[in-house]
Ligand binder design. Structure first.
Ligand code: 9YT
Length: 128
């Protein structure tokens, strides 16, 4: 069994701050743990408004705290995000995430991230 503590992970290189200034993510569980998925606690900063398109990954995002919205760009549907909301990018959906307040999210990626990824120009992560 592996046991990790968010407060400890935040002090290591597993905490990645996005160069675009929109988010930071503490990646508690990664590819080299061999679980088939990765698990992160991500903070989306208040006022962030940015596009993502995970062409190579599936992601589920659970809102622990904060408020915002996610919009799918294929149909321009907007979904409110409040504590308790889970959105599931099962179609590699191109989307916009907006944070009204700072949001704390629990994120799961399949395939797992190796830990160093930040978004490329399309808002995707490359496969490692
Ligand atoms: C919700 C979302 O995808 N935010 C971007 C960061 C990502 N969750 C990550 O790398 O942990």
């Amino acid at each position: 069994m592996i046991v990790r503590q968010l407060q400890e992970v935040e002090k290591t290189t597993r905490r990645v701050v996005s160069p675009d200034g929109n988010w930071e993510s503490s990646r508690l569980l990664l590819k080299d743990d061999n679980m088939g998925f990765s698990f992160h606690i991500t903070t989306i900063y208040a006022g962030a408004d940015f596009n993502m398109h995970y062409q190579h990954h599936l992601e589920s995002v659970y809102c622990i705290s904060g408020e915002g919205e996610v919009e799918t760009l294929v149909d321009n549907k907007k979904h409110a995000i409040t504590p308790g909301t889970l959105y599931i990018l099962d179609q590699h959906d191109k989307h916009t995430l907006r944070a009204v307040t700072e949001m704390k999210m629990a994120c799961v990626f399949n395939p797992p991230l190796n830990g160093k990824e930040v978004h490329n120009a399309e808002g995707a992560y490359e496969l490692s």
